[in-house]
Design a protein around this ligand. Structure first.
Ligand code: ADP
Ligand code: MG
Length: 322
């Protein structure tokens, strides 16, 4: 059993895409410039559409990984992005190209970088900004879950911002590990990054939408405290911290924020997946709304209107029923 393994995955992959994959040289349409980020099998570069001057992020995904043909995984990632295309909290897929080694996804550019940079203790965001970003993240997660999709790799490196300062709106990226639930049988896979994965993943127990909500709890903890709640000195220690839900809720860690923040995180970092609130439940938590009148109103994407209307109308103590 290995963590962070992207090989040997075949179940539950989507195979149908609408976006054509062009074999034309993308250099004739785009000028590829600097690197924005990279992972194990992908490099993301900034690029400019020559005709319009519009900026995109080009994610170069290797077709062969560890000697294996992984085209199906890339097609799956495209298909998930297409399924979530109507939600403003999920990065938009603009076009796709194919080269000898890569499939290149031209993605909407998120100029503000990763929210990871706001999880570093020196430069934490004000509480009102944190709750705004978490509400947006929950809107996106709720949309995915309604479509029976689970992200399974939610972490501060995969939540981007449209602008840096002041912080813009969030865009969820990196659907490489995302899966469709309920197709054939249960989903049990060892995926993700130890620091951010839920206990059920470590224990090889069934994966559900609640798995993503654990990660939302970890991200919220990090935005609020500037610390990763389960990170140990080594992998073993991290696993142990996760499986024992060993979390520091001390006053010192949460000195900057209201008591409600602790309550929000506590409700998500719960070992039993069935005891965690859903994304819609979370939206009615009072912590997320206490500062809402301090900020200018944000445009609400039509597709998540139900959540917003429901939670605005609901009493704080009564989560909306599904
Ligand atoms: P990987 O699967 O290798 O983790 P990601 O899709 O997470 O690939 O992209 C890697 C990094 O590239 C991200 O963490 C982010 O820093 C950057 N990146 C990805 N997509 C975009 C985008 N649309 N706009 C700006 N930066 C991006
Ligand atoms: Mg990533």
């Amino acid at each position: 059993r290995r963590l962070d393994s992207r090989s040997g995955i075949s179940a539950g992959l989507l195979v149908e895409i609408q976006t054509p994959i062009s074999s034309e040289p993308m250099e004739s349409v785009y000028e590829v410039t600097g690197e924005l980020g990279r992972g194990k099998f992908a490099v993301v570069k900034r690029c400019v559409e020559k005709g319009t001057g519009k900026v995109f992020a080009a994610k170069f995904l290797r077709k062969r990984r560890r000697g294996r043909d992984c085209r199906a995984e890339v097609i799956h990632e495209m298909a998930v992005l297409e399924m979530a295309r109507n939600n403003a909290r999920v990065v938009n897929l603009h076009a796709a190209y194919e080269t000898d080694h890569d499939i290149v996804l031209l993605l909407e550019y998120a100029a503000g970088g990763e929210i990871f940079d706001h999880c570093v203790s020196e430069e934490l965001l004000p509480e009102a900004q944190i709750t705004r970003l978490i509400r947006q993240m929950l809107e996106g997660v709720h949309y995915l879950h309604q479509s029976n999709l689970v992200h399974l790799d939610l972490k501060p490196q995969n939540i981007l911002l449209t602008s840096l300062s002041p912080p813009g709106d969030i865009k969820i990226v990196d659907f490489g590990l995302a899966r469709r639930l309920g197709a054939v049988g249960e989903l049990r896979e060892i995926l993700g990054t130890p620091e951010y994965v839920a206990p059920e993943i470590l224990n090889y127990e069934p994966i559900t939408t609640a798995t993503d909500l654990w990660s939302v709890g970890v991200i919220a903890y990090m935005l609020v405290t500037g610390e990763s709640p389960f990170a140990g000195d080594d992998k073993q220690e991290t696993y142990l911290n996760v499986s024992q839900v060993n979390v520091d809720y001390s006053r010192e860690a949460f000195s900057r924020v209201s008591e409600l923040a602790v309550d929000f995180v506590r409700k998500l970092l719960v070992k039993a997946p069935e005891d965690r609130p859903s994304a819609a439940d979370c939206m009615s938590h009072p912590w997320l709304w206490q500062h809402q009148f301090c900020l200018s109103p944000e445009p609400s994407p039509t597709s998540t209107r139900t959540v917003r209307e429901r939670s605005c109308g609901a009493k704080w103590t009564a989560p909306p029923e599904d």
